[in-house]
Structure formats: C-alpha cells, structure tokens
Write a protein of this length. Structure first.
Length: 444
C-alpha cells in the first residue's frame, strides 16, 4: 500500500482493484477496477507521487500484455496508461517478428514497484520476461520492452529511455527488482545514476537522465548463459542482432522443442524481487542473490492460455541446491569489495542503516546483522520460520527498531507455490519447518 495525503491506497491482487480509504475514518473514497484483460493482476505496491498514483499491471506469465498506469489520486480515474509491449506500428513493435500476434500476450509485467526522481520527473520500472517464457521461437525478435529498465515521463507515460538486459529472453530472467537511484561522483563529476542487481546474474549502472550504460559486474558465483556483458553497449557479448532467436552461450540445440538445458543462475535469480540496499555511508550496494543453477525444457505446445503456468512454453527445475550470497559492490567502479555466502536461500533482501549495520533474513528463519565495512557477522537469531519479505526500520522516542515479517508465502489459487516455499520444501532439514506469519521487532 501507499499513503497519499489522508488516503491509504491499496490493491487487491487477483481482482485488479485499487482502493483509496480515508486513514482516519476507514471510509472508501474511491474503488477502481483496472482489469482490461483476463488473468490481469496487481502485485506491485502503488507508487504515490505529487499528483498521481502509479500502478503496475502484472500477470505476464499467463499471457497478459502488461502496462504502467497513472491514476488521479482524488478520483481514481486513469490519467495515462503505457503498455510494456508495443502494438503494431508503435516504436519497438518491429522487435516482435512472429506472424501470430504474440505481442497481444507478450508479458512484460511490472511485479515490483518502481523508483521516482522528482527533479527529473522520471519514474524507473523494471519489466518482466516475455511469454511464453521458455520458448522464444513463438516470439522471434528482441521482444521490447520486456526484461528491461524503462524510464517513463511521469507526466504523460512516454518512454524516455530504456535498456533491455536480456533480449529475446527464454530463461524467465525478468528484471522487476529494485532500480536504486544514487547521486554520486564519476571521475570527479557529479552524476545521477540508477543501479540494478539483475536476475540474470549481473549488477548494472546507468546514467539515470540519459540512460547511458556505465557498468556491469557479475555478482553471482556461477554464470553460464553468456560469456559476459559488452562494456560499450551493456548487451550480452554473444547477442547477435542478425538472429531472431538468441542462443547466447548455450548453442543452437538449446532452443529446439523438447531440448533441456542447464542454466546458471537458475530462473529464480540472481537477484529477484527482494531488495538490494545502498549505503551513503560506504558508497556501496549490498546485493543478496540466489546461488545455484537450474534446468529449462522447451515445450512448443505449451502456448494455450488458461491459468497460471499453462502458457510458459516449457518447464523449469533446480539443478542442485540453491544457496545465497551477499555482495558489497561499488556501483561506480563495479568493484566487488566483500562477499559472504550462506547455506540457505535469501528471499528477504537487505537493509542498511546509517549506524553501520546490514540486516538480512534467510529461509531457515535466521536474522543476521553484519558490519557494513567488513561484512563480519555481529549478531544472529533464529525465529524458527522463514523470511520472504524485506526488513524494515523505524524510530520511536529516539530508539531505533528493526522489524521482520516471517512466513514463506504462498500458495496461489491455482495450487502453484512460490519459489521461496518450493526452495524450503526441497531442503531436507527444512521440509518440516513451520510457516508462521509473525512480526518480529528487535531494538538497537
């Protein structure tokens, strides 16, 4: 949810509604249904600006053509709506080269909330993967603007600049995670940048006004899908603009029907929906990532809409255990300063404090506090139930608190379970772990 003036703005995920409620009386000021196509849902928290409420549409994996919309905060009426998949004739439509209108079910979902620069009046959102997610032959071309960083003019929704991380993505490497706005210096010059830790295993930096690519660094231990990122363009070095179906570093046999391939990182990340954190004190990003590989099998028949994961073009699984890492990285130089590894996945994300602490939580229920200069562990506590949401901080009466909400959610109405819950169930010593929803608060 978000707060705009006296209104609490909330969403109802599978119903696709946005509701504004008076925070003092509980009276509903307006209730807007945004469903414009079957299977659309809302999962990203609203982003409240001065004169707009930004809402990202999701459901891409089920064949939704996703969008970002701005609502009038007083009435709920739509001020503008921009689709992440261009219609024929619009800029980028030439990157959908099929003859069966794959753009209509193209994905590009906005699962996570974007960032906003009030001085530039630009809002930055990461878009989801194209669909079907594993069979790129159904949608030849780069498939703009999926798996991308997109800068929108907040006044009218026009795309100011974009960078596509993985063109023609067929590994579910959506990039809906945090895009962090940083004011820094590069070669002695003041620069405004945006940094993103990718699901594809790299962490990127761009000039956030122009979109100029600055740097990319591999931040997962094992990465096989590409040989690296081009230092000038920011595209994978094995991207071939002459190919309509990209094969990258895996070979032509990886994209044929019934082909199974090993991919690193797995489809869950890299860094997925969970947040990274930037510390002004150290000038570093703190990046939590899943470590491990997976398998993907292409199924060219799986193009029929009809519910969650029935439009995916194949299947995916884990290839061995999934663990996690926490990397301390300079977003300007790309230098990795420190790195620690953990035996369990981290779907909680990271929080840094001005007092020099780094907090994170693991799927086994462990809360960890680290030193922000050395990443030395200062304290840990296990609550007995895993974390799947970000740590929070606040102060009351001059005392600072750190709060963690536990509970490895969740099971969808279709019966499909979350990646976090799936990972808990495949770890032998955690398979009987409780899944209690509890708010734990620690004092500093």
């Amino acid at each position: 949810m978000a707060l705009w003036g006296n209104l609490v703005i909330s969403i109802t995920g599978f119903e696709g509604r946005v509701i504004a409620t008076d925070k003092d009386t509980g009276v509903v000021a307006w209730d807007k249904n945004l469903v414009d196509q079957p299977d659309l849902e809302l999962t990203a928290a609203p982003l409240a600006l001065k004169d707009e409420i930004l809402i990202g549409g999701t459901g891409g994996d089920r064949g939704v053509r996703a969008w970002l919309a701005a609502l009038d905060p007083k009435t709920g009426l739509i001020k503008w709506k921009t689709y992440s998949i261009p219609a024929p004739g619009e800029p980028g439509s030439e990157t959908w080269k099929d003859d069966h209108n794959a753009w209509q079910t193209g994905g590009g979902a906005f699962y996570g909330t974007g960032a906003y620069d009030p001085l530039a009046n630009l809002t930055y959102w990461g878009s989801g993967n194209p669909v079907p997610m594993f069979d790129s032959s159904f949608r030849p071309g780069d498939n703009l603007y999926t798996s991308s960083a997109i800068a929108f003019d907040a006044s009218n929704g026009k795309i100011t600049w974009w960078h596509q991380y993985t063109p023609n993505d067929d590994r579910d490497y959506d990039e809906t995670g945090a895009h962090v706005l940083i004011d820094t210096k590069i070669n002695g010059e003041d620069r405004k940048i945006v940094a993103h830790a990718g699901r594809n295993g790299f962490t990127y930096s761009f000039d956030r006004l122009s979109g100029q690519f600055l740097k990319a660094t591999q931040t997962v231990k094992e990465l096989t899908w590409t040989k690296g990122i081009d230092a000038k363009t920011g595209k994978p070095v094995d991207y071939d603009p002459k190919r309509d179906i990209q094969i990258y570093n895996e070979g032509a046999g990886s994209v044929v029907d019934n082909a199974t391939r090993r991919i690193c990182p797995s489809i869950t990340g890299g860094t997925n929906f969970w947040p990274v954190s930037y510390s002004r004190k150290t000038g570093s990003l703190y990046i939590p990532a899943y470590e491990g590989c997976g398998t993907v099998t292409v199924d060219a028949k799986a193009h029929v809409k009809g519910g969650f994961n029935t439009f995916n073009g194949g299947a995916a699984g884990a290839a061995g255990p999934i663990t996690s890492s926490l990397t301390m990285l300079d977003p300007v130089s790309g230098e990795i300063k420190k790195r620690v590894e953990y035996p369990y996945p981290n779907a909680s994300g990271v929080l840094t404090t001005a007092g020099g602490l780094v907090f994170t939580g693991l799927l086994d229920g462990t809360v960890v506090a680290l030193d922000d200069d050395t990443l030395d562990e200062l304290w840990r506590f296990n609550v007995g139930t895993g974390f799947n949401s970000a740590p929070m901080t606040y102060a009351v009466g001059g005392k600072q608190y750190i709060a963690f909400a536990s509970g490895v959610c969740c099971v969808r109405p279709s019966g499909a379970i979350s990646n976090a819950l799936a990972n808990v169930r495949r770890i032998p010593e955690l398979k009987n772990q409780t899944n209690a929803s509890v708010l734990y608060v620690f004092g500093l």
